[in-house]
Design a protein around this ligand. Structure first.
Ligand code: 5GP
Ligand code: ZN
Length: 141
């Protein structure tokens, strides 16, 4: 595939060269669980091709990620029963971006629970896979 960076972890995942708890894949995007979840069900939608951020991402990728976000939002709602859903998208270090490959965060949120977008606690891989399986099923219903 073209437009990949060798030293980019999200490019490695998009190419199938690094593992991820995948939920959905299409020509332009890949949806997976964040390995440092802010809350259970923290999802990332990434582009398959490498774009640093919103300033360089193609309109097609931005549109597909927006379309997919509403479907994933409903699956997250069904599975987590969260009170709300935070959607975050950080561009450049000054805004808190830490992986410089375009992506959107979907984070289930609960009343009176204050969270940061970035957790320091890695998820248990088995719990991630169980969550991914529930979300894949909810997406297909
Ligand atoms: P950013 O700060 O760039 O908006 O978010 C990057 C996110 O990617 C963070 O929430 C971080 O936990 C997540 N992340 C970093 N490396 C990996 C990885 O290898 N796999 C997955 N699934 N998520 C990752
Ligand atoms: Zn990349």
């Amino acid at each position: 595939m073209h437009h990949q960076l060798d030293d980019c972890i999200f490019c490695q995942i998009a190419q199938g060269n690094a593992p991820a708890s995948k939920i959905h894949e299409d020509e332009l995007t890949l949806t997976m669980l964040d390995i440092f979840p802010a809350t259970p069900g923290h999802v990332l939608i990434i582009s398959k091709a490498h774009f640093d951020d919103i300033f360089t991402a193609s309109p097609q990728v931005l549109a597909q990620i927006a379309i997919n976000s509403s479907k994933i939002a409903k699956a997250l709602q069904a599975v987590t029963q969260a009170d709300g859903l935070g959607i975050y998208q950080l561009n450049k270090a000054a805004a808190g971006q830490t992986v410089f490959h375009y992506h959107m965060h979907l984070i289930p949120q609960f009343t009176n629970q204050n969270i940061g977008i970035h957790s320091k606690q890695a998820a248990d891989p088995q719990q991630l896979e169980a969550m991914a399986q529930q979300l894949r099923q909810a997406l297909n219903e």
